[in-house]
Design a protein around this ligand. Structure first.
Ligand SMILES: NC(=O)c1ccc[n+]([C@@H]2O[C@H](COP(=O)([O-])OP(=O)(O)OC[C@H]3O[C@@H](n4cnc5c(N)ncnc54)[C@H](OP(=O)(O)O)[C@@H]3O)[C@@H](O)[C@H]2O)c1
Length: 283
């Protein structure tokens, strides 16, 4: 394979979970609205990865984007996280399952590499186990063979990451976690990531934090006085806060206007004291 430039890390990820038959059209719409980074998983239970590929194909056909413009991220999911529609042979070894899942993802997405490949979640909620070590090694092989540019882990605790580090495993380039304001927006994991130069991706920033969206502080920050040219929505304040706090945000919106608004949050800069206040708003 010819040498490829390193993946550019995007500033917003469009998430494709739970979109079923609308996945192709919503993926294409997200690209049309300006997203260039797409998150999916080879887990048919919650994602329709093949549909993401159909949306990409439609965008390629109209000349909207080419593959090199995009950051494509997908995931390997263990069997307990799947339904009967498995992208691998459940009787095969875990290493083979990873290779089969990756081959299937590349076919779904009609590409020969993904920009980022995540372990969807460790096998145990408590510990980084030998099972995870085997899957992670198999993912590293996929990366070394050029089929993934960067690797990551999702749904991890600080303990998982510390155990990875203690076992001298290669640390991930990305962590993707649900981000609860009441847990200081996953403060402990974010601090670990910051120290190790791991990029933290946050999902459910809106859905997990309804109390924040309705907090008077957020309402105050949406007013035009903050930025003369910007009448922000609470969602935009949250996304802008996330970026200022070092969180690479995901959005799963199905609404064209929300897609535009979410991307426009990149133009909203909150003052440092507001960022600090939101960070410690709920936990
Ligand atoms: N690794 C994992 O285990 C995992 C787990 C969950 C999610 N994810 C990833 O993260 C992605 C995003 O998931 P999520 O939980 O953050 O989002 P989500 O559940 O897909 O929903 C976002 C919600 O916020 C609303 N919204 C978005 N922008 C808005 C705006 N500007 N104003 C008002 N409402 C707005 C959406 O409503 P409208 O549709 O009406 O805009 C929707 O109800 C998923 O698609 C998936 O790719 C990963």
């Amino acid at each position: 394979m010819p040498p490829q430039p390193p993946s550019l890390v995007p500033d917003f990820l469009y998430g494709t979970a739970w979109k079923e038959g609308r996945t192709p059209a919503l993926t294409e719409l997200a690209l049309r609205m300006g997203f260039r980074a797409i998150d999916t998983a080879n887990q048919r239970r919650h994602y329709f990865e093949e549909g993401v590929g159909q949306g990409l194909a439609a965008a390629y056909r109209t000349g909207l984007v080419v593959r090199a413009d995009l950051f494509l991220q997908t995931k390997f999911t263990y069997q307990p996280g799947q339904d009967h529609r498995l992208p691998y042979d459940p009787a095969a070894s875990l290493s083979v399952q990873v290779a089969q899942s990756m081959a299937s993802s590349l076919e779904h997405l009609a590409t020969d590499y993904v920009d980022s490949y995540l372990l969807h979640g460790p096998a145990s909620n408590h510990d980084w186990t030998d099972v995870d070590t085997e899957a992670w090694e198999a993912m590293r092989k996929e990366r070394d063979a050029g089929r993934a540019r960067l690797l990551g882990v999702s749904n991890v605790s600080l303990r998982h990451l510390q155990q990875m580090a203690a076992a001298r495993a290669e640390l991930p380039a990305f962590v993707q976690n649900r981000c609860y304001a009441r847990l200081g927006w996953d403060r402990a994991v974010r601090l670990f990531c910051r120290e190790r130069k791991i990029i933290y991706q946050g999902f459910s920033l809106l859905t997990a934090n309804q109390e924040v969206l309705h907090h008077p502080l957020i309402a105050r920050l949406t007013t035009a006085s903050l930025a003369a040219s910007f009448n922000a929505t609470p969602a935009q304040v949250v996304f802008s806060f996330a970026r200022a706090a070092g969180i690479l945000p995901l959005t799963g919106t199905s609404d064209a206007a929300h897609m535009k608004q979410d991307l426009a949050s990149r133009d909203l800069t909150l003052p440092p004291d507001a960022v600090h206040a939101i960070e410690s708003l709920a936990g």
